[in-house]
Write a protein that binds this ligand. Structure first.
Ligand code: PMP
Ligand code: GLU
Length: 395
């Protein structure tokens, strides 16, 4: 807190995922052997064919500002991708390329939300949703889901959360942090509720689309009656192991895309030129080109689920996508282990960091006080060692 700073920044929470990753880095620099399972970041290298495209772009002197909403060739590749993978038809004015899906979300919040507008967030939700909404003076409305329903919001819960102030619903599927994937039928049930409320808009965050172990990804905008009020958010960070390249994008009704373009024109301009050229190649490639990473994530999921099942007090759903497990560890609340009392998920996550040297993220950051998030975007050896350490620290 610094009273010279704006209320806006003083009231903003620090991103818990990035804070934990920074803390793990700090401890490592002090010589501690920390295993980082906090950050949602693939541990693979960006595929060579994408790196080659970036090198070629540099050599071809792509160094100027790009159009604010992205190179036309990239927007065309995004349109083709949406058609190929999602059966969605967009035109050039409906696409905006941004500096990561995080910026896409921030753009959407700034152009759609007025002070006091409510945004329904099925809980657990991705860490930044609530603070991005609050930055635009919106009011996050958390809908608590349970592990018994695979952490998914039901139509009844949605209906009960809607008020005259509801402006939007934001969700991710596959979900960060629960790994849950909404089926077509489940989305239809939500869409049927929304039929009665034509002024509510949906943000469908599909950044984990390809990291889906069950198959059958469905986009809300595929329903004809939802197309005009759904903003489909996606990006290359996760599927193509390109977190640092910072490219995300949306497909949206053209008036919303135009507004995002206008917003971006004042705050960041177009996304990085080299990264955009490389992403053209990434999106033109068939999803089979990244199957080796998805297969490996699937193996790691089995590994971590089976190792966690050997530890008392961890109750976990079976994630169908993304690369996180979100165990309920509330059985430990009220217990004192190694002189440390655990009263909540944050205490538990801190305990694991200090006593097992394993970095995780407290569920509180995702709107759930009983769980922690463990990212398994780490090698199988690291996962085995981390869970062994956790087991030892808790025994
Ligand atoms: N949405 C979700 C659900 C995420 O997990 C992330 C993680 N980075 C993002 C959006 C933002 O992705 P990026 O800005 O790297 O494209
Ligand atoms: N989305 C990733 C995560 O949830 C990366 C960190 C971030 O962007 O907050 O860990």
């Amino acid at each position: 807190m610094n009273d010279q700073l704006s209320d806006r920044i003083n009231n903003l929470a620090t991103s818990a995922t990035l804070a934990m990753a920074a803390k793990a880095r700090e401890l490592r620099a002090e010589g501690k052997d920390i295993i980082g399972l906090s950050l949602g970041e693939p541990d693979f290298n960006t595929p060579d064919f994408i790196k080659d495209a970036a090198i070629e772009a540099i050599n071809q002197n792509y160094n100027s500002y790009t159009p604010v909403d992205g190179y036309v060739e990239l927007k065309e590749a995004i349109i083709t991708k949406f058609k190929r993978d999602n059966n969605l038809s967009y035109t050039l004015p409906q696409i905006v390329v941004s500096t990561g899906a995080k910026q896409s979300l921030a753009n959407i919040a700034s152009v759609m939300i007025n002070a006091g507008d409510e945004v329904i967030l099925p809980c657990p939700y991705w860490v930044s949703y609530s603070d991005i909404v609050k930055l635009s003076d919106g009011v996050p409305v958390e809908v608590t889901t349970s592990i018994d329903n695979d952490f998914k919001m039901t139509a009844e819960q949605l209906e009960a959360a809607i008020t005259p102030k509801t402006k939007m619903i934001w969700y991710s599927s596959p979900c960060n942090p629960s790994g849950s994937v909404y089926s077509k039928e489940e989305l239809r049930a939500l869409a049927d509720v929304l039929k009665k409320y034509p002024n509510i808009y949906v943000v469908s965050d599909e950044i984990y689309e390809h990291i889906n172990f069950k198959g059958g990804h469905f986009s809300m905008a595929e329903f004809e009656d939802m197309y005009d009020r759904t903003i489909t958010v996606n990006g290359v960070s996760k599927a193509f192991a390109m977190t640092g390249w910072r490219i995300g994008y949306i497909g949206a009704p053209d008036w919303i895309a135009r507004a995002c373009n206008k917003m971006q024109g004042q705050i960041t301009s177009g996304a990085n030129c080299i990264a955009q050229r490389a992403v053209i190649k990434a999106l033109e490639a068939e999803p089979s080109s990244i199957k080796y990473m998805v297969d490996e994530f699937k193996e790691r999921r089995q590994l971590i689920l089976s190792l966690l099942s050997e530890i008392d007090g961890f109750k976990t759903n079976e994630p169908e996508g993304a690369f996180y497990v979100f165990p309920n560890i509330s059985a430990y609340f009220g217990k004192t282990i190694k002189g440390k009392t655990i009263n909540n998920a944050s205490d538990f996550s801190l305990f694991l960091l200090e006593e097992a040297l394993v970095a995780t993220v407290t569920g509180e950051a995702f709107g759930n006080k009983d769980c922690i998030r463990i990212s398994y975007a780490a090698s199988q050896d690291e996962i085995k060692e981390a869970i062994k350490r956790i087991k030892t620290a808790l025994s």
